[in-house]
Each structure stands twice: as C-alpha cells, then as structure tokens.
Ligand binder design. Structure first.
Ligand SMILES: [Zn+2]
Length: 520
C-alpha cells in the first residue's frame, strides 16, 4: 500500500541536525505575526509599512528585528517585541519608549568629519500593529557584521582584528570613546546598568562605540528602571541587589566602565583574574567566579602589590601610565561606589594621552602597529607577549628570549640572552611542566649521557650547574603550580633531594679539579 510505504520512508530519514520544534505551549516562543502590516508612529503621524517592505534580520530572546527596505523609514530597523513580553509589560514598554524619544541624549548620532555615525541605537518612533496597539520601536540600522566589531571579539579575539585595532594607540581611543558615550548618556539623565561587551559595538573605521538594546537602560534616573544585569560586570557592593536598585544612580556604570577600560588596555584580561597564593583570601572550597573574587577584593594589579596574590603573567599593567593605574586602583579598591572615577574623569585622562600622543614605536619592530607602546616604557609586545613571529630585518635579533620579563630594562640583546634564559629558568618562569620535562628531562638527560662518555670534569661541572638551575626552577614553579597537588609535591620532593646532591657533586668535582689540575 502506498500510504504505509510513504510512512516507512519518513521514519527512516537520513540522520542530521534539524532546527528545534516550537513548543506549542510556550507563548514566549511565538514571535508576533509579520504577515500583517505595521504602523510607525512619530509626532502623531502614522506611516504604514507593508510586509513586503520589511525583512527579518535578527531575533533575540524578547524581540524580532526587521530592516525596512522602502518608504520614509527605509534603512531603519523595526524591533517588534514578542507576544509574551507584550502581554506582560505592553503599557510599561510603550511609556518607556515614549519617554526615551522625548529624552533622547543630545547626540544619538555623532557628527564626524567623515559623516554621521550612530552612538546609541536609540528609538526614534513607536510601532503599532493593525489593531493600533503598541508592539515595538524604530531605531537606526547599523550593519554590525560588516562595519563593526562586537566588543566581546574586540576584547578577546585580538588576532582576528585589523592590525590597527591591535594597537594600544587605537584601544586607548576606543576606551576614551566608551567613556565619552557613557558621559553623554549620564548627562541626559540615563544609566546603562547592564553594561557588558555584548551590548556594545566598535565601528572599525572611526573606533567610536555604539550602545545597542538601549530600551534596556534605566531611563530618566530610574523612572523606567533596567530589568537585567549580567554576572561579571556588577559592582561588588551591589552583588546582592536587584537591577531596579542599581538603576537609580551612575555608580554601577562607573564600575562596569572601569572594568571594560581595564579589559581594553590589558587585551581582554579581567582585573580580578590573578593567582591566589594565600588560601585564606579565597580557598578551593569557594567559588572562583569573577564576582566572588571582586567581592573579596582580589585585585592584584594595583600600584602597591597585594600580599597573597600575583598578577597574570600575560598582563601588561606595569606598562600603563601612572595616571591610568591610579584611576584603576581607585575603581577596584573603592570602599564605596561613590569613590570610583566618573565617565567624565575617565574621558579627560584618556583623551589627554591621545592628544599628547603619549606613545612610541617599538625600537625592534618600528613598522608594526601592535608593537606601539606608551612613552618611557619598553615594548610590552616584545617583552610580555614575546611577539617575535614576523621575520625581522635585524639579523642580530635573538631567535628566542625569555618571555614575560616584567622589569623595566633595556631590550634583551644577544649578549645577555643566555644570562636571561638561566635567570628565567631559575625563577621558574617557564612553568612546572616546561621546566621539568623540556629543560630537565629532554635536555638534561641526553646531556648527562654524553658527558659520561667524555669523562671530563669541566663539562660535568657545567652540566651540574645547569641542572642546579633546573631544580631551583622546578622548586619555584612548583610553589606557583595551581594544578594537581600530586605533581606539585612530587616536584618539590625531587628538587629537595636533587639540589643538595648537585651542590655536593659540584663541590667534589671542584675540589678534584683544583687539587689535581688534570683530566679537565
Ligand atoms: Zn616590540
């Protein structure tokens, strides 16, 4: 029978992924029907937009976004809220959007020499359905995929950015513009509250920033509060409060702004990411979330080092100008939200660095933009990021130098690279695994066999000295090791046995060389 044959075929479809089915009982999963026309309402004038004249370009948890293709609002987007949200908060949302339009910040669009660019994705009109009910808003359209970076990528996927945006000179300007935009928003009486990288875009061309989802902001000093806040970006003293409580002042924004500036300048690193040596500050039984670390004040990047913590080796905080470090200290060690620097303060300090052009080219890679650094300091790309990947014209350039050097010292030259290596090795800076397996086992063991065959005292002495550096390095790296305790303590025991053993052997050989003077 034909029917059963068809059924059989249907039940044996090729296994592959399919989009999830809509839950028929979940009303929030239904987007508003868009086969119907929509009406844009501005200054009491209604503009009809037919379904053929807009197309869907995005969908979020609470709304669907359409691009208007024809008519007066061509080039704008319509954001239509989901039915479930409208059922719950239609009146509040309508009043909020109306208030936003009335209290629009002075420059939702920035007027630049190269043309106007949006600064806030601010609503300009209301949207109604065919029944005359409020259902959404109209906002400017930005082609984020083509013209902008989302701030998350900007902070974390550095290698995917255009070279200009890998440069500290550009990142400082993005930080300055971020502070400028927040300051403008505050001046208009509104607060961002849920300020996080996902709500911010950076325009590639101008390095200006755009705030999106502005209808989630706190409008008019909390008259229409924010309803969301995101972990990792909440001021530590406000962690137990609701977004509505954080909507009443600019303090939450001052914290999130400082955090984003820190991340911009430190290539994604967060101010509370550090190693905790003193377990009384935060032990393993406690949550190691960014919020919990912030609550406990585990800030390792201050002008004064904090006991029991050490900064991440990838951080370049020691290369920042003092005035910036002071502001960051003020933001992350503040006892109260009132003591944090304002957006205006941040803007002025960062803007001064740009107008004074407080930057220098790298002496080794003067053409590379990602090697630009602050005046009066060494190049952090060379010293901390150990970025020597592109072939240099300078043939004297050492192929490999010790990474993560922190001290302000002249660029490493060929002459002291050897000394630098042993010092790094001794300090345990290569980490436990590399110090033990690469420098200890892979290099030390064949070396021992070779020297045993030669039976010469001086090379044995040199090898012992090298291995002494390895074992001191293993001891120190084990002290900092955060992984399995078995490895940590095995490494410590081995170092404890080997260090005195090597010293004794070296003493015996030295004694024998000085005594006999033969068989060198
Ligand atoms: Zn450099």
């Amino acid at each position: 029978m034909d029917t059963s044959k068809t059924n059989n075929l249907n039940s044996e479809v090729e296994p592959k992924q399919v989009a999830s089915a809509v839950d028929p009982w979940n009303s929030s999963s239904h987007e508003i029907k868009t086969t119907n026309e929509l009406f844009i309402k501005k200054d009491n004038k209604l503009e009809r937009v037919e379904p053929a004249n807009f197309k869907k370009i995005g969908q979020g948890g609470t709304s669907t976004v359409y691009l208007v293709k024809k008519g007066v609002y061509s080039g704008y987007v319509i954001k239509v809220y989901n039915q479930a949200l409208l059922n719950k908060r239609r009146g509040e949302l309508k009043n909020k959007v109306k208030r936003m339009i009335a209290l629009s910040p002075e420059s939702t669009e920035l007027k630049l020499e190269t043309g106007n660019v949006p600064q806030f994705n601010w609503p300009i009109a209301l949207v109604e359905n065919e029944k005359g009910e409020f259902c959404g808003l109209v906002a400017p359209y930005v082609n984020f995929k083509k013209d902008a970076y989302d701030l998350t990528s900007y902070l974390l996927n550095i290698n995917l950015l255009e070279e200009k945006h890998q440069s500290i000179t550009e990142r400082i300007q993005v930080a300055r513009n971020l502070a400028g935009a927040v300051s403008t928003l505050h001046k208009a009486g509104h607060f961002f509250v849920d300020m996080k990288p996902q709500n911010i875009f950076v325009l590639k061309e101008t390095s200006t920033v755009i705030f999106v989802d502005c209808d989630g902001f706190s409008i008019n000093g909390g008259e229409f509060p924010a309803h969301h806040i995101s972990p990792g970006y909440i001021a530590p003293e406000e962690l137990d409060n609701r977004p509505e409580q954080l909507s009443l002042s600019s303090e939450q924004d001052h914290y999130a702004l400082a955090l984003l500036i820190f991340q911009l300048l430190d290539y994604g690193n967060k101010p509370y990411a550090c190693r905790v040596h003193d377990k009384s500050l935060l032990d393993d039984s406690e949550e190691h979330t960014s919020d919990n670390r912030a609550r406990k004040g585990l800030y390792a990047y201050g002008l004064l080092p904090k006991k029991g913590l050490s900064p991440r080796k990838e951080s370049i905080y020691q290369y920042w100008p003092n005035e910036i470090r002071k502001l960051l200290d003020q933001a992350f060690t503040a006892k109260s939200g009132k003591n944090r620097p304002s957006a205006k303060k941040w803007f002025n300090s960062l803007h001064k660095l740009v107008t004074d052009w407080s930057f220098e080219k790298c002496s080794e890679y003067p053409e590379r933009m990602n090697h630009r650094h602050f005046k009066g300091t060494n190049c952090f790309a060379c010293e901390v990021f150990n970025d020597k990947s592109t072939a240099s014209n300078n043939e004297e350039q050492p192929k490999s130098v010790g990474s993560f050097s922190k001290s302000k010292k002249p660029p490493v030259s060929t002459n002291n690279s050897k000394k630098g290596f042993l010092k790094q090795l001794r300090s345990g800076n290569y980490g436990l695994a590399k110090t033990y397996w690469l420098y200890g086992v892979c290099i030390g063991t064949p070396g021992s066999y070779l020297i045993e065959i030669l039976e010469m005292k001086t090379p044995i002495l040199v090898l012992c000295f090298y291995l002494l550096n390895v074992w001191v390095g293993v001891w120190r790296a084990a002290s900092d090791y955060q992984g399995l305790k078995l490895w940590k303590w095995s490494a410590k025991i081995l170092s404890f046995v080997n260090i005195p053993f090597l010293i004794i052997i070296m003493g015996v050989i030295l004694d024998s060389i000085l005594g006999s003077g033969s068989n060198l």
